[in-house]
Design a protein around this ligand. Sequence first.
Ligand code: VGL
Ligand code: ZN
Length: 207
Amino acid sequence: MKKALLLVDLQNDFCLNGTLAVHDGDAVIDIANQAMRIFHQHGWPVIATLDWHPANHKSFAINSGTQPGEVGTLNGLTQVWWPTHCVQNTTGASLHPQLEQQYINKRIYKGQDPEIDSYSAFFDNGKRSATALHQWLNSENIQHLTVLGLATDYCVKFTVLDALELGYQTEVIAEGCRGVNLAAGDSEKALHEMSAKGARVIQLHDI
Ligand code: VGL
Ligand code: ZN
C-alpha cells in the first residue's frame, strides 16, 4: 500500500513571529522532518501545501474593513477575518527554514482567488474549484494519506474532512499539528470531528 505524507501550511507566517502565528507552531517542524525521512525511506511521496494569497485577498481584515478575529460573510460563505498572512512570494509565505525541503516531491498552492478563502488542500471553502491535489494523488495511485501541519482547527481539519469525503484512508499525526484556537478547545474539537468522520488520530511512532 502506497501512502503520501501531506504537510499543511508549514509557512513562516503561522510560526513564531509570523503575522498569524499559531502557538507552538515551530514545534511541528521537527515532527515533519522525522515523518518525511520515514516516508522517504519507504519511497512514498511528500506533498507540501502552501497558503498563497494575493495582497488584495478578501479574507484579510484590512481588505474588508474589519478587525482580525471577527466573523462575517464573504460571497455567501461564513468568513473569519484574518491578519494579512502568506502573501505570495514574501518571506511570510515561505516554508519554515528548518523544514528539510529536499524531501518534498510536490507543492500544492491554495488561496490565490481574492474572493474566496481556501482552507482545504483539495477545494476552496465553497467547493467552487479544486486544486491539483486529488488528480495528482490519483495519477500516483495513492489512496492513503498521513496529514500533519498548521492549523489544526482550519487548514488541517478541512483538508482531512475533504480527504475522507473523497475516499482516502486518512490519518492525522496529532503531535504534528497546532491550532489557532480562536475559541478555547477548537483544536481538540477539530481532532474529535476528524476522528468521528473516520480519520485515525495517531502519533509519529504509529506510522
Ligand atoms: C489558515 C487561516 C487562514 C491555516 C490559513 O493554514 O490553517 N488559517 N489561512
Ligand atoms: Zn490564509
